[in-house]
Design a protein around this ligand. Structure first.
Ligand code: ADP
Length: 494
């Protein structure tokens, strides 16, 4: 991997990617560490306002030509990038393991989604550019045309770093915008720098994509330039609603458009006619992929009482078989949590529930940052992990029996989030009918809450955010221009 090939075999020293070149003018760096053992992965450039100014200027300068580029030309670039992603599969798996603690299963999921989305996006340049409208004025031609916004600035997260970074900048770029991204300081390579290498090799024009990295605690200076610069027309943030509120207030002052992909509480209903084995499989994957550190992980399962014990036994057996450890081992499914704060959060919530009388089915133990996948039952309603007031970003699942499916459907929505939900049932018509009463951006019948496809729109309602991925992102990343052309003499009142 070029970016990780350090001098003399040591850890790499990475730069920002600005205007098509690798640069680190300040010379300051910060360590990027392996969450498993704190091993040094790289020394990354610590940028600030100055680098953000340069990156935004480069993106603004590249915008007119990129916006005007023929769809077929952009298509060739996206398709080339998709092939590079596929070719670099093994290096990407290794990168995501050592920088983000991702298992092979999760990395492969992200790589597949990323190249699929690049191939989808390659065609979006050919989507209709607008509509021809009816006018009441004789002889008038009226139309709306979609045009790109300009520079879109993105904050990319550490968790599903590789795929979510593509989602943050590729969607705007596919509709003719240029971009600057600020990756999370916890995974700057898999959340942005590796993408710069890929786009550079694919031949994307200089300035169309820029990356500025920063040391922990120094995000605000870069963000300030995104808010202040008139060239930046939209901020695309993927992360927690806590940070989104800070950024949203700032965006309000700057009157800047935001697209937000935030957290979720993601309930699963297992109805009394469900296939228990299928439900066990879907919930194990949905709750514990990437050790529960994805916005779409399932957090709570409501199971018909008649199936409850069989479901919990089956789930415990399957979850206990998941191998925990160093994710560079291809057999490992559960790698480390991202940092000590994450371990403290989940552990405090498990203890809180147990102190209140919950039953521990499995898990509840930590070995360093390796937290065993944890299932709780009989959780009292006031325990933090079950209230839906805040997602627990880790491998913790609450299971609860229900007697009345309608009451369970209502209870499952008693949360401020509205990202994903799923219903497991043997009756697809019943599942479809109930699904339409979920107040979430996504609902799956007979699939996990975590079931992404590049072509399908992901996004939330309520505190889970605004905006959608897939080609629907055209709504978020373009403006409409209304144009009229009149041919006959005008009639005016004065
Ligand atoms: P956490 O990981 O702490 O839950 P998020 O997932 O919401 O937080 O995202 C953190 C991201 O937001 C990081 O990329 C971080 O650099 C950025 N960030 C945090 N605070 C600010 C701030 N005040 N201004 C701009 N960016 C910030």
């Amino acid at each position: 991997m070029t970016i990780l090939r350090g001098v003399g075999g040591g850890p790499a020293v990475t730069s920002h990617f600005i205007d098509g070149g690798w640069t680190a003018p300040g010379g300051r760096t910060f360590p990027v560490r392996n969450p498993l053992d704190d091993g040094l992965v790289a020394e990354a450039a610590a940028g600030g306002r100055e680098e953000a100014v340069a990156a935004v200027a480069a993106a603004a300068a590249a915008f007119p030509a990129w916006a005007a580029m023929a769809p077929g030309e952009r298509q060739r670039l996206f398709l080339k990038a998709a092939d590079i992603v596929d070719r670099r599969h093994e290096e990407l798996v290794e990168l995501m393991a050592i920088e983000g603690g991702a298992s092979r299963a999760f990395s492969a999921f992200q790589i597949h989604l990323s190249s699929a989305m690049l191939r989808q996006a390659a065609g979006w340049g050919y989507l209709p550019a607008g509509d021809v409208l009816r006018s009441d004025i004789p002889g008038r031609i009226a139309m709306v045309t979609r045009k790109p916004l300009g520079v879109v600035a993105g904050f990319t997260p550490w968790n599903g770093a590789f795929y979510l970074a593509w989602r943050t900048f590729l969607l705007p770029m596919a509709f003719g915008n240029t971009t600057v991204i600020k990756p999370s300081e916890l995974a700057p390579i898999s959340a942005g720098l590796i993408h710069a290498e890929i786009l550079e090799e694919a031949g994307f024009p200089a300035g169309t994509f820029n990356v500025v990295t920063h040391a922990p605690g120094e995000a605000a200076a870069i963000a300030e330039e995104f808010f202040e610069s008139p060239a930046v027309r939209c901020i695309n943030f993927t992360g927690s609603d806590r940070t989104a509120r800070i950024l949203g207030e700032r965006a309000g002052r700057a009157l800047k458009r935001m697209v937000l992909e935030l957290g979720g509480f993601n309930p699963v209903l297992v109805l009394d006619d469900a296939d228990v084995e299928e439900a066990v499989k879907a919930v194990t994957f949905g709750a514990f992929l990437h050790q529960g550190q994805v916005c779409m992980n399932s957090r709570k399962v409501y199971v018909a009482r008649s199936l409850h014990d069989e479901f919990v036994d089956g789930l415990a057996e399957r979850v206990q078989a998941l191998k925990i450890g160093d994710p560079t081992d291809p057999e490992v499914i559960i790698g480390p949590l991202i940092d000590d704060r994450a371990v403290e959060q989940i552990d405090a919530r498990v203890r809180d529930a147990l102190d209140r009388g919950a039953t521990l089915v499995t898990g509840g133990t930590a070995d360093g940052r390796l937290y065993a996948p944890t299932i709780l039952t009989h959780v009292p309603p006031d325990a933090i992990c079950t209230t839906g007031a805040d997602e627990t970003f880790g491998p913790l699942l609450v299971v609860e029996p229900f007697d009345d499916a309608e009451a369970a459907l209502r209870a499952a929505q008693d949360t401020r989030y509205g990202l994903s939900a799923s219903i497991m049932t043997g009756d697809r018509a019943r599942g479809l009918e109930m699904s339409q009463r979920f107040d979430t951006g996504i609902v799956h019948v007979n699939a996990p809450t975590m079931a992404s496809e590049a072509a399908l729109p992901v996004g939330g309602v309520k505190d889970s955010g605004w905006g959608r991925s897939g080609h629907y992102a055209i709504e978020d990343f373009t403006e409409l221009r209304m144009t009229t052309v009149s041919g006959e003499p005008g009639r005016y009142p004065f």
